[in-house]
Design a protein. Structure first.
Length: 142
């Protein structure tokens, strides 16, 4: 799990959600605005590990989505990433066809312009595909 409850409102909501209000004051021992959860409390991390062990990843994901908390699954492998609901909703991966590799997923550009759909203009080059062309530009071959 990626646990991002570093603001007091999220931390308090999380502690209430898991019925561990005894943890609320343990996060902000320094009284800082940006909380250093458990920096001085060596038992807080094991306590949180026990809390997280009480539910499955799917249960935590649903529970936290319903509560609006900054908690999400941490993917165990790259193969898990495309099926993530947020990744799918953002359409991060674009399916395409590569002349050598066949069916291929491209990573969409991070820059987006409203109303313009992303498309792959050309495939990634195969090994050596443009070597002669590139060497010819500075006069090294071709």
């Amino acid at each position: 799990m990626l646990f991002g409850c570093i603001e007091q409102r999220f931390w308090t909501a999380f502690c209430s959600l898991v019925e561990r209000t005894d943890l609320v004051d343990r996060g902000d021992e320094g009284g800082t605005e940006d909380l250093l959860w458990g920096a001085e409390d060596t038992q807080l991390r094991p306590d949180l590990q026990n809390v997280f062990a009480m539910r499955t990843l799917a249960e935590w994901t649903q529970l936290d989505a319903d509560a609006g908390l900054p908690i999400s699954p941490a993917h165990q492998s790259l193969a898990d990433v495309p099926s993530d609901p947020q990744i799918a909703a953002q359409r991060i991966f674009i399916d395409g066809n590569h002349p050598v590799a066949g069916e291929f997923s491209y990573v969409r550009s991070a820059a987006r312009v409203d109303g313009q759909d992303y498309r792959v203009r050309r495939h990634a080059p195969a090994l050596g595909e443009h070597t002669q062309e590139l060497l010819g530009e500075p006069g090294l071959g071709g």
